[in-house]
Design a protein around this ligand. Structure first.
Ligand code: NA7
Length: 536
């Protein structure tokens, strides 16, 4: 049945991942009437959807959880890098502890929102027919809400099973002994291929760009042992904003060539041994900014990685002698035995940069060189990342312009939190925020806390609307470009720069000034009475 009755609220929150769940709890505690609307059937966001074999977070415990003691005091993880099912268990635990279900509407895809100037409210419509009216529209759709499958001819003709891993079937497909293709070597492709190599009859991985993945160094915990004593948690969480990436560690104070070659190797070895993102975000402070420093890191990575691969022709594709792109400027994955799978005769690698995929046929995949037959094609080709999940909602703001029109030539935001022409709308974990390096829960709390403060400020001052000024947006975009240009990121093709979607404007999608500066900037704006905004 379709319920056309309009529900009136203070705020509508879209998306039940970390950010949406956090806002529901905080806003409700602050006395706002609020509803969380989610297209999936349960909490978890990306973890609700990404159920493919091997799906796992690559932030180490306790980086990837809420800082509320009422939660962490009674929660223990079984691994240093928890898997997708355990993350869903965590969300169920949070939902109970925070009593979230009564204010959540699942199986509801928000497809449109329109600003009513007279009432100063958003009317939100779901695909299922519900309508809500609210003063605030809070979008927490994350960076991976819109899947991307290349426009290959023949996908519908394939007689086997074609899966985008972010829509992994809830009834586990019978993959044992089958001929399986995995297309793509992002985090998803790397995790999937490693796992499927254990059960496939034959696994073929189609790589366009090598993933400069690093050893995860997974650890199983003997319960209740955890990475860190619980007594240290408060300090751990409060110090996240002190580090560039929002993790509990930062870059070294030394530059790469401050050390002698021997010292450098020693440093690299010790970072490598720690696993996690240490070799990426805990290394010499110039690695992401200086070409020579970056090449040095690549060379170390390459030699470590090639030593794990028996066939030098395969090593040339996975870990080329010549650096393929700036190290750490395309999302790095953490792996558990990924490079060793190519030493097995039942695992093949296809370099699609040399022989691109031409079409999908009834029986398999045709590249420029030949056709191969498969039972399953798993298309790990990622997402219209960062902006896609927001722009796919038909949002019409105060000037009648839609968000997708507003962003046609590239993303425009103020502070990575709001958009000119879209009053009382806030988003988290999206364009121009610190999300490239800073993970979900940390951004959820950092940006979510700021949004709640802004709402409280409006209540206190009796304000109806808050809206970013056009010139604030222009200045913020300039800042985004300047910060990016100081790094090596623009030199590398990646979804950080919008490169993965044909036709998408090429631009830095994130704030690359680091979490401490971001945090200070947005809170200074608040402390100064919300400079750069029109308040009415
Ligand atoms: P990613 O990281 O966007 O990876 C997608 C992969 O698919 C990547 O290796 C692409 O190659 C590949 N791809 C995309 N289109 C094609 C075509 N047409 N032909 C061949 N290969 C193609 O998505 P993931 O799901 O792995 O990870 C998403 C994020 O989730 C991840 O970064 C973490 O933040 C969590 P390319 O590298 O572009 O050459």
């Amino acid at each position: 049945t379709i319920d056309n009755e309009v529900q009136e609220l203070d705020a509508i929150i879209v998306g039940a991942g970390f950010a949406g769940v956090y806002q529901l709890k905080r806003l409700r505690d602050a006395g706002y009437t609020v509803k969380l609307v989610e297209s999936g059937s349960d909490y978890g966001g990306v973890w609700y959807w990404n159920r493919y074999p091997g799906a796992r977070v690559d932030s180490a415990v306790p980086h990837y959880e809420f800082s509320d003691p009422a939660l962490w005091e009674d929660w223990t993880w079984t691994q240093r890098f928890p898997g997708s099912a355990e993350l869903r268990d965590y969300f169920a635990y949070v939902a109970d502890k925070w009593d979230l279900r009564k204010d959540t509407k699942f199986d509801s895809f928000v497809e449109a929102a329109i600003w009513d100037e007279e009432q100063a409210k958003w009317t939100v419509r779901t695909r299922e027919g519900e309508r809500f009216k609210a003063k605030f529209l809070l979008l927490n759709t994350g960076i991976a809400a819109k899947r991307y499958t290349p426009d290959w001819k023949g996908v519908d003709e394939f007689k086997g099973t074609f899966i985008h891993p972010s829509y992994w079937p809830h009834k586990e497909p019978d993959l044992a002994g089958k001929k399986i293709a995995v297309i793509g070597t992002g985090s998803t492709g790397v995790q999937l291929a490693t796992e499927l190599s254990k059960i496939a009859g034959h696994l073929t991985l189609f790589q366009r760009t090598p993933n400069l993945a690093m050893p995860m160094k997974q650890v199983d915990y003997e319960l209740p042992e955890q990475a860190l004593a619980k007594s240290l948690y408060p300090s751990f969480f409060s110090h996240r904003v002190d580090y560039f990436s929002g993790f509990s560690f930062g870059f070294l104070s030394r530059a790469t060539f401050d050390d002698t070659p021997e010292e450098r190797i020693k440093t690299y070895e010790s970072l490598w041994a720690e696993g996690d993102f240490k070799f990426w975000l805990g290394t010499y402070h110039d690695m992401l900014f200086d070409e020579r420093a970056n090449r040095e890191a690549y060379n170390f990575w390459r030699d470590k990685t090639r030593a794990r691969i028996q066939d030098s022709k395969i090593a040339d594709i996975l870990a080329p002698m010549q650096q393929p792109h700036a190290f750490g400027c395309k999302r790095i994955s953490l792996e558990n035995g990924y490079f060793e799978i190519f030493n097995s005769p039942h695992v093949s690698l296809v370099d699609t940069s040399a022989t691109p995929i031409v079409e999908i046929t009834e029986t398999g995949i045709k590249t420029a060189e030949k056709e191969r037959e498969f039972d399953y094609i798993i298309c790990a080709t990622g997402f219209d990342a960062v902006t896609g999940g927001l722009a796919q909602i038909d949002i019409k703001g105060s000037r009648g312009e839609s968000l997708s029109e507003h962003w046609k030539g590239g993303a425009k935001t103020y502070l990575g939190l709001c958009i000119a022409g879209f009053p009382n709308l806030f988003f988290t974990y999206g364009p121009h925020g610190p999300t490239a390096l800073c993970n979900g829960p940390t951004c959820a709390e950092l940006q979510g806390g700021w949004i709640l403060d802004a709402m409280d400020f409006m209540k206190e001052k009796g304000l109806k609307t808050i809206e970013a000024k056009v010139e604030s947006e222009m200045k913020w975009k300039e800042k985004i470009w300047n910060l990016a240009n100081a790094t090596l990121l623009p030199s590398t093709k990646s979804w950080y720069m919008g490169d993965n979607i044909p036709g998408k404007p090429r631009e830095p999608l994130f704030y690359l000034g680091g979490v401490p500066t971001y945090y200070k900037t947005i809170y200074d704006v608040a402390a100064d009475g919300y400079t750069g905004f029109d308040l009415a």
